[in-house]
Structure formats: structure tokens, C-alpha cells
Design a protein around this ligand. Structure first.
Ligand code: PMP
Length: 425
């Protein structure tokens, strides 16, 4: 049997740092997954692990969900890539538009980063302006315009602006504090050249940070008054917090929306959609260029159709179950940490939560950065020893899926009990 340690030393020889995405690395070495099913992963050493990373939020319905596997298997027998239009793309677009009333037209891409890159280019093409505003700690993918004071792996690895990224690009990205509407207002007043504002409506890349009351509605009001397109990056929240994403949850209509992750429950697909007059600027009809060989590939499209149909069918049970589990879990965790006298905060909503080791409420990048991430890492390691996998960074969130059972959650709470004791030492 191959061990995780042997696989990692082999991987390092042929893959930079042994991983294909930075957040997958943790000390001393990551485990290597052999297979997954429902709520579980099995590693190279045949250890069964309860998964709370869930593809960084993609696997809302759990691993190998039967409706999706059967749709994809069916498509596999008909071909994997045509690079011509298909009827399924129309079906998927109609489903997305049905769930997201702010979207008139949608273009399919492959990754969240590609979707935000296209959204920003569209906003620039539409307004003929240059600058974009993003919020500190929001993560929108690994491209130059948004890799500025970003969360996720970029915050975890202390890379605020990447080497190799162009200053000429990043200087056109203005960064304002999350949950600080005055900061946004001042930035808009000082700069006349703003093409768009991009935001994670729930910040899920700095740990979990919730938008304060009125933050999103004020953001919508101010951008509208100033004719600035508002981009909701719903790569995490789309389908996860409601069938129509955070915009349904908060009742706010952005001009452009990006989505990925739970759109297909584990296949490579993302989408950018929005108002007709903006979306029609995309080539070949318009002059905003965007293209991809794998865009709208029939495998991912079949997975996304099956995902949305499943979500829409079971939505009444799905979201209330996940919210109930989250409330029970987060409350129990809070009580546990309080009983142990560990200074902490727990932020939670829908099917996401995170614990921070700090005595101050976590409402933005700064307050999240002040939490004790060494304690978080200690907690992470104890959890993993006990067969619980959460994303290995303070700047990510814990994701519940429909596959988790009450029994899984009870086991996980026991593991958190041990993990908090290890933090306390
Ligand atoms: N936007 C958000 C909100 C994300 O969380 C992520 C990825 N975690 C991205 C964009 C980038 O997506 P991808 O990794 O698919 O490029």
C-alpha cells in the first residue's frame, strides 16, 4: 500500500510543491484521496474521512450524487466534446435564468476565475471605463485584476499581489473594506473612472464573513445612482444559500452574476450572466472577446442540468435541513468553546460556518487576520487525525452537504471537542 508520505515525496518531484492548487498543501504533507462517496473520502491508506471541504463548496449534494452520476454516464455514451452548439446548453441556460431573475442571458465558461475575468471585461466594455472596485479579502480567482488583497490561499500564503502580476493591471483595482459603505462612497467620489464593483455577497474566502444589515442594499443603491455595474460573485453562494443564490436570499438584483461550484456539484463548469444589453457585448456579436474550447462541454452541462433540477426538486427539504444542521452544530461548537474558556467567534449561515480564535467579532479582512491562525491549524490537525477534513486554512469555510447525516455531525462534534482541547493546551 502506498502511504500519503511516500506519495507526497513522489508528487514533489513532478508537481510544484506537490499540489495542483496552493490551498491543498498543509504541513507536514496532505493526504492523497483514492475515492469518494456521499459525505466521505478515502485516502491512500484506506482511512475513511468525513469531508467538510466538499470541493470548496461545490459538492452541495454530496460526492457521487446518483442523479448527477447517471446524467453524466448517459452523456458519456454520447460523446464528450463537440465544440458545436448543443440543445443541452439552451436547457441549462434556461434553468439558470429561471433560478436567477437578474439574468437575461448567460455564457458558460469553465472556472470561477474565468467567469469573474469575463464579468470584469464586460463591465469595462459596457462602461468604457478602466477601474474596478473590489473588497478586501474577497477572492475572485487567480487573475491579475482581482489578485489584490485577496482572501483564500492568497491570504493564507501572505501573497497580496502576486509576483509576475502586472502593476499596470493591479493599480486599476481599487480595494475597499468589506462592510464599510462609507469607504466605498469615498472611493467612488474620488474616482470617476469606475467600470464596476465586484463583491462576494457573503464573504467565504476570509473564513466566513456575513454582510452587515443594509451593506448589500446600500451597495446596490450607490452603484445604481452612479451608473456602475454591480457584479455579484456567486461562485460559492450560487445554489448554496438558495436556488437563486445570495441575490435571492437578500432580495438584491446585481447587473452581472458569476457562478460555479454548486452549479454542477463537482464538474468543471462556471457561468457569467446578466442584463441583456451587457451580455450582448460578448463576441462574436459584440466586441468583448471571450472564448474557450471546453466551454459548454456536454459532460459538465449534463451535470449542471441534473444538479439544478435536483436542487429545484428537493429545495424545500434541502435548505431547511442544512440550516437546521448548521444551527445545531454551530451552537454546540460555540457552547463547547465557551465552556473551555477559549476566546472565539463563530460565523455561520445557510450550510457554511467557521470558527475564529479571537475575542473580537469578525466582520472584515483585518478582524479575520487578527484571529489566531496557529490555533486554527492545531485544531485542523487534530480534526484530521480523528478523520474529519475541513479546508486546511483559517481563510476558508466549512461546508455542509446534503450527504451528511446526524451521525456524521455527532462524530464531528466529538472530534471538535478533542480539537478545541488541543488548542487550549
Ligand atoms: N470566486 C469565488 C467567490 C471563489 O470562492 C473562487 C474559488 N474559491 C473563485 C471565484 C475562483 O474559482 P476557480 O477556482 O474555479 O477559478
Amino acid at each position: 500500500m502506498m502511504t500519503n508520505s511516500k506519495l507526497f515525496s513522489d508528487a514533489k518531484k513532478v508537481i510544484p510543491s506537490g499540489v495542483n492548487s496552493p490551498v491543498r498543501y498543509f504541513e507536514p504533507y496532505p493526504f492523497f484521496t483514492k475515492k469518494s462517496n456521499g459525505a466521505y473520502l478515502w485516502d491512500a491508506e484506506n482511512k475513511k474521512i468525513i469531508d467538510f471541504c466538499n470541493g470548496y463548496g461545490a459538492l452541495l449534494l454530496g460526492h457521487r450524487r446518483k442523479e448527477i452520476i447517471s446524467a453524466v454516464s448517459n452523456q458519456l455514451s454520447k460523446g464528450t466534446l463537440y465544440c458545436t452548439p448543443t440543445e443541452s446548453e439552451i436547457e441549462l441556460s434556461k434553468l439558470i435564468i429561471g433560478n436567477f431573475p437578474s439574468i437575461d442571458k448567460v455564457r458558460l465558461v469553465n472556472t470561477g476565475g474565468e467567469a469573474t475575468m469575463t464579468a470584469i471585461r464586460l463591465a469595462r466594455g459596457f462602461t468604457k471605463k478602466k477601474k474596478i472596485i473590489k473588497f478586501e479579502g474577497c477572492y475572485h480567482g487567480a487573475h491579475d485584476s482581482v489578485l489584490v488583497k485577496a482572501g483564500s490561499g492568497s491570504a493564507h500564503n501572505g501573497i497580496s499581489v502576486s509576483d509576475g502580476g502586472l502593476d499596470e493591471v493591479s493599480k486599476n483595482t481599487l480595494v475597499v473594506q468589506y462592510n464599510n459603505i462609507e469607504d466605498l462612497q469615498k472611493t467612488i467620489q474620488k474616482n470617476k473612472d469606475i467600470a464596476g464593483v465586484i463583491v462576494e455577497p457573503i464573504l467565504a474566502n476570509m473564513g466566513l464573513i456575513l454582510p452587515e444589515k443594509n451593506f448589500l442594499s446600500d451597495l446596490r443603491k450607490i452603484t445604481k445612482e452612479n451608473n456602475i455595474p454591480l457584479i455579484f460573485d456567486e461562485v460559492v453562494t450560487g445554489f448554496r444559500v438558495a436556488p437563486g443564490g445570495a441575490q435571492e436570499h437578500f432580495g438584491i438584483k446585481p447587473d452581472i452574476t458569476t457562478m460555479a461550484k454548486a452549479l454542477s456539484n463537482g464538474f468543471t463548469i462556471a457561468a457569467v450572466g446578466g442584463r441583456k444589453e451587457i451580455m450582448d457585448l460578448l463576441s462574436p456579436g459584440g466586441k468583448v472577446y471571450q472564448a474557450s474550447t471546453f466551454a459548454g462541454n456536454p459532460i459538465s452541462v449534463s451535470a449542471a442540468i441534473a444538479s439544478i433540477k435536483t436542487i429545484n426538486k428537493i429545495k424545500n427539504k434541502l435548505y431547511s435541513k442544512l440550516e437546521r444542521f448548521n444551527l445545531l452544530f454551530s451552537t454546540a461548537l460555540d457552547d463547547m468553546a465557551t465552556d473551555m474558556n477559549i476566546p472565539h467567534q463563530i460565523n455561520f449561515t445557510a450550510s457554511m460556518f467557521q470558527i475564529f480564535f479571537t475575542n473580537k467579532p469578525v466582520t472584515n479582512y483585518e478582524t479575520s487576520k487578527k484571529a489566531d491562525s496557529k490555533k486554527f491549524e492545531k485544531m485542523f490537525r487534530t480534526l484530521l487525525k480523528r478523520g474529519i477534513f475541513i479546508a486546511p486554512s483559517q481563510f476558508e469555510v466549512v461546508f455542509l452537504s446534503d450527504a451528511h447525516t446526524e451521525n456524521d455531525l455527532n462524530k464531528t462534534l466529538d472530534a471538535y471537542d478533542a480539537a478545541l482541547k488541543s488548542v487550549k493546551k
